[in-house]
Write a protein that binds this ligand. Structure first.
Ligand SMILES: *Cc1c(COP(=O)(O)O)cnc(C)c1O
Length: 379
């Protein structure tokens, strides 16, 4: 494959110390005995799987969590020996490889348990896994009522150890949600029943970032392995999530003006002429567009920062170009002047959720898009 050709006019930086600071801020909210599985799926939400995993482990996270087992293989190949939760589990035919990599799949089907136990027995090992329980997310998982029977069956498989139950909140981070409390109560009830039957399940967890940010704590298991993702990267898990958590956007996206030109009143800008200048102004060309992961839906909505001031996007965001209004800046900026698309400049800042909002999406999605499209520079 030919090397990808990168946009030479754009720089995407990842501030690993911001991720470390976000971890510390989230840890302060952990209940007593709580541990962290740092979620680094999807290339660490676009921030880079291995560099982010290394830094988080250096900062003391107890485990990592990925979506698919090949992501776990990449971590092992990088020499990372920490526990790795695989949230999509594995299919029976993948069990041998997952066991040989010492990954911890989150299993949603009885057939997968049998396959893991058989693979582990064949390799002279104990396979570790968790069970995915749907307490009200309506997505992947076992019904709570299936779990006790399955644990009884698994007890007969000496090469298999089930370390916890994973459940996921449908409305995590929303202070108005009553459903989160119901889910918490269901998981707590199930865990209490299972503990009475002698199961420890010490690594169980309900909360992602959202569940951690919104009190009251939605039930058990406080001392489990909390799966924290978006907060580490400085994003909010929900529009209504409390902003006082002090999380910092870890990505910074910058460029430079490649042209500055006057635009007379009545002049239209970019494809479809969706913005017509109401008065004479000054237009700047920023050589970044949707092929760089910048959201096209930010057309006529978003701003960029130039000379420490917001400069509104005019007209449509194109594949490689976006036009911004510089008419309010004195002195007028010139070609070559820095532009901040994500991050701070002077006293102004654009955070991940703001840009995602202009783009009609969420921070999770925007971070993945930016990370997929661009090489990253680590600070
Ligand atoms: C992605 C994911 C998380 C992390 O959620 P954040 O909102 O990013 O903290 C936790 N659990 C599961 C099952 C997930 O898929």
């Amino acid at each position: 494959m030919p090397e990808p050709v990168n946009n030479p006019y754009l720089r995407l930086e990842v501030d690993l110390s911001a991720i470390a600071a976000n971890l510390a801020a989230l840890r302060r909210r952990l209940p007593a005995g709580g541990r962290v599985a740092a979620v680094v799926k999807a290339d660490a939400y676009g921030h880079g799987l291995v560099p982010v995993a290394r830094r988080l482990l250096a900062e003391g996270v107890e485990a990592l969590a990925v979506a698919t087992w090949p992501e776990g293989r990449v971590l092992r190949a990088a020499g990372i020996a920490a526990p790795v939760l695989v949230m999509l589990g594995c299919q029976p035919h993948e069990a041998a490889e997952v066991v040989s990599l010492d990954l911890t799949p989150v299993v949603a089907r009885p057939a997968c348990l049998q396959a893991l136990a058989a693979a582990a027995a064949g390799q002279g090992k104990t396979a570790r896994c968790q069970l995915k329980v749907d307490t009200g997310m309506g997505r992947l998982g076992l019904a709570p009522a299936e779990v006790p029977g399955l644990l009884r069956q698994a007890a007969a498989l000496p090469s298999l150890e089930i370390t916890g139950l994973v459940s996921h909140l449908a409305e995590g981070g929303d202070p108005a949600s009553r459903h989160a409390g119901r889910q918490g109560a269901r998981l707590a009830g199930l865990l209490a029943e299972l503990r009475d039957q002698g199961h420890r399940l010490a690594d169980s967890s309900l909360c992602g970032t959202g569940g951690l940010l919104v009190p009251p704590w939605p039930g058990e298991p406080a001392a489990g392995l909390h799966r924290l993702g978006i907060g580490l990267y400085g994003g909010r898990p929900h529009d209504n999530a409390p902003a006082e958590a002090g999380l910092i956007t870890a990505m910074r996206l910058t460029s430079r003006l490649i042209q500055v030109r006057p635009l007379a009143a009545g002049g239209g800008v970019s494809y479809g002429r969706t913005w017509i200048a109401p008065r004479d102004t000054l237009l700047g060309a920023v050589p970044v567009g949707y092929s760089d992961g910048y959201p096209r839906a930010a057309s006529n909505r978003g701003v960029m920062l130039v000379a420490g001031r917001p400069a509104p996007i005019r007209g449509r965001v194109c594949m490689n170009l976006t036009m911004i209004d510089l008419g309010h800046l004195d002195p007028p900026p010139r070609a070559g002047e820095p532009v901040v698309l994500l991050g701070s400049q002077g006293s102004q800042a654009i955070d991940l959720d703001q840009l995602a909002g202009w783009g009609g999406t969420i921070g999770y999605d925007l971070a993945c898009s930016l990370g997929r499209a661009n090489p990253r520079h680590y600070l």
